[in-house]
Write a protein that binds this ligand. Structure first.
Ligand SMILES: [Zn+2]
Length: 405
């Protein structure tokens, strides 16, 4: 039986600060309390009721929540098996995720919704990171943008939107749409009625279209600075502005961002502008990982037939023509990269990978921070954000280094 746990000697991360000299109690899958280490040391736990683990001055963080991952460890998020993907993600500190569809044909997408919904009924903490819903990047997107497949982009109708919603059994949490697709407004209304967050992406939306989108209930930006309109040229010596500038100053919208190691998806200066415009509280770090995550450099053919290239020294996925098609990152990498590129503090960067996605998904009363009563989903990592232990639902699902009391 998995015992209750006390973590001692940890640095506990909260959204604004790091708590020193505290002890974290985990009981029956929940965070029980945070107590002063001094009190604990005066009356150490000697019963069999708790397993005491000394985390040796490492950070204790809420488990990472990845709302945008297409796969990892050779597994495509549309097909599973999900235990192999969930185990890999947990080894990198992710405790909850949304399997995310790449643009694919409608029947495969509907089948993927069914597979994931079934897995959500069967999954257990021992499997690793928990699936908390479905994200679908397409199929109602503009095929001109990014590396998404043109043949699978389709026009939304009441019938095909209805079929996706019904196969997803209420688990569809996010759908990325392009605002120039015909039938888009009715689709957004239908999705919002079913509590699906609608994200703008792969689009050329003009500023007036953005205002209209906000009125319709768009709440999110699919990986900002990737796959939006072409850069706006200077006109007569004056800097013009477009959809991305509008998104930056639109406080209502959460912005997902891919912070890869070399700033290939988003250069450091744009990450910094994003941070200054949005503030840390409206940014959600994502991995945008593909099934190749965990593979060495080389050429591969993905399950969907896409031919990709992984270059030495990069953590991004490229098509053979060099264009980008996702990443090889885990969420701990995203946190490390975001800090290096922008100088953001560790607590704030962690918040963008934990509390912010939890709040966006309305899970903040269960996950995303460390306080009494919340799910005991935790990642323990060193100062270089290498994950050494992951706890999900109060169970130790991964331990890299042996911690002893
Ligand atoms: Zn993606």
């Amino acid at each position: 039986m998995n015992k209750n746990i006390i973590l001692i000697n940890g640095l506990i991360l909260t959204p604004h600060t790091v708590l020193h000299d505290k002890v974290l109690y985990i009981r029956e899958g929940k965070i029980e309390k945070i107590a002063a280490q001094e009190d604990y040391l005066q009356h150490p736990e000697t019963s069999d009721f708790y397993n005491v683990i000394d985390v040796q001055r490492m950070y204790i963080s809420p488990g990472f929540i990845d709302i945008h991952t297409h796969g990892a460890n050779g597994i495509d998020a549309a097909f599973g098996p999900y235990d192999q993907m969930a185990g890999y993600l947990a080894r990198h500190g992710t405790t909850a995720f949304l399997p995310t569809f790449w643009n694919m044909d409608l029947e495969s997408l509907i089948n993927g919704c069914r597979l994931i919904s079934r897995w959500m009924r069967e999954q257990k903490a021992d499997h690793g990171a928990q699936v908390v819903g479905i994200n679908s990047e397409g199929p109602f997107i503009n095929p001109d943008r990014g590396a998404q497949s043109e043949e699978h982009a389709i026009i939304p109708t009441a019938e095909n939107v209805g079929r996706i919603l019904s196969a997803a059994e209420g688990n569809l949490k996010i759908m990325t749409v392009s605002s120039e697709i015909s039938g888009y407004e009715n689709m957004v209304r239908t999705l919002r009625k079913h509590d699906v967050h609608v994200a703008l992406g792969y689009c050329r939306a003009s500023p007036p279209r953005l205002e209209r989108a906000l009125n319709l209930g768009i709440s999110h930006i699919d990986h900002i600075f990737d796959c939006f309109a072409d850069p706006v040229p200077y006109e007569g010596g004056v800097k013009a502005w477009g959809i991305e500038e509008e998104l930056l100053v639109c406080d209502e919208l959460y912005a997902e961002v891919i912070a890869d190691k070399n700033g290939i998806h988003v250069p450091p200066v744009l990450l910094t502008i994003l941070l200054r415009c949005k503030g840390a509280e409206k940014i959600i770090l994502i991995s945008d990982s593909r099934d190749a995550a965990g593979s060495p450099p080389g050429r591969y053919t993905m399950k969907d037939g896409l031919k990709i290239v992984l270059r030495e020294g990069e953590d991004v996925v490229r098509l053979e023509n060099g264009s980008l098609a996702g990443s090889l990152m885990s969420m701990n990498d995203a946190i490390r990269n975001f800090m290096r590129h922008t100088g953001i503090s560790l607590p704030a960067a962690v918040t963008a990978a934990t509390y912010n996605p939890a709040k966006f998904l309305a899970l903040e009363h269960h996950k995303g921070s460390i306080r009494a009563g919340l799910d005991a989903d935790l990642a323990v990592f060193d100062e270089d954000i290498n994950v050494h232990m992951t706890i999900i639902d109060g169970k130790t699902v991964y331990q890299r280094k042996s911690f002893t009391a």
